[in-house]
Ligand binder design. Structure first.
Ligand SMILES: [Zn+2]
Length: 200
């Protein structure tokens, strides 16, 4: 069966195929509405991961995997979850996965207080952090009582404490939402963690 379907061609199909067609059209609509579909970086194998750090202290559990899922806050059906959720007690320190440059300090309703760090072709994203975002000398700065001060443009070494687990943005409990992008593609952080573990 062809993957390109429209309503006219649906009418010519028998019912089982019609249902499959409707499912496919719904799925492609979800992909369009949620932006880019998940894609794997081809370079995971053969990389050396000894420079990488696990991104959070006091690990408790992986609470939501990367990929399509039902919306955790209800409504709107399926959504694409672009990262891995790692539960840890509120106030636990978050460590930079890799040495790099802080390219963005986020403060919005979804991610909440967050950071984007660039390391070569990779970007690592941290959401639902504690603390506040302030603008100092024209640059956004994450300030946190735990001795954290991270400013846009600064460089951070691997495993540096860059933030603490909080409850900001769209979240139902304290956890780190950790995203990884390679080029312009989201990568499943669990695959990277597995590769890091193999490298130990
Ligand atoms: Zn998440």
């Amino acid at each position: 069966m062809k993957l390109t379907l429209n309503l006219k061609s649906l009418k010519r199909l028998s019912w089982p195929d019609r249902l499959l067609g409707i499912a496919l059209m719904t799925l492609s609509l979800v992909v369009v509405l949620n932006g880019r579909p998940p894609a794997m970086a081809t370079s995971l194998e053969g990389q050396t991961w000894t420079g990488a750090s696990f991104p959070v202290e006091n690990f408790q559990a992986y609470t939501s995997p990367f990929g399509f899922r039902h919306s955790p806050t209800g409504g709107r059906g399926y959504e694409f979850h672009s990262g891995l959720d790692i539960a840890a007690p509120e106030g636990s320190y978050i460590r930079s996965w890799w040495g790099g440059t802080v390219v963005e300090v986020i403060n919005d309703s979804g991610c909440g207080v967050g950071l984007v760090i660039e390391s070569g072709d990779w970007e690592h994203i941290y959401c639902h952090l504690g603390g506040q975002v302030q603008t100092r000398l024209g640059r956004r700065t994450l300030m946190d009582r735990g001795g954290i001060q991270v400013v846009e443009g600064q460089s951070v070494p691997s495993a540096a404490r860059i933030a603490r687990v909080g409850m900001s943005g769209r979240t139902t409990g304290p956890h780190l939402h950790w995203g990884l992008r390679y080029g312009d593609r989201w990568v499943d952080p669990a695959l990277v963690l597995r590769a890091m573990h193999r490298d130990r």
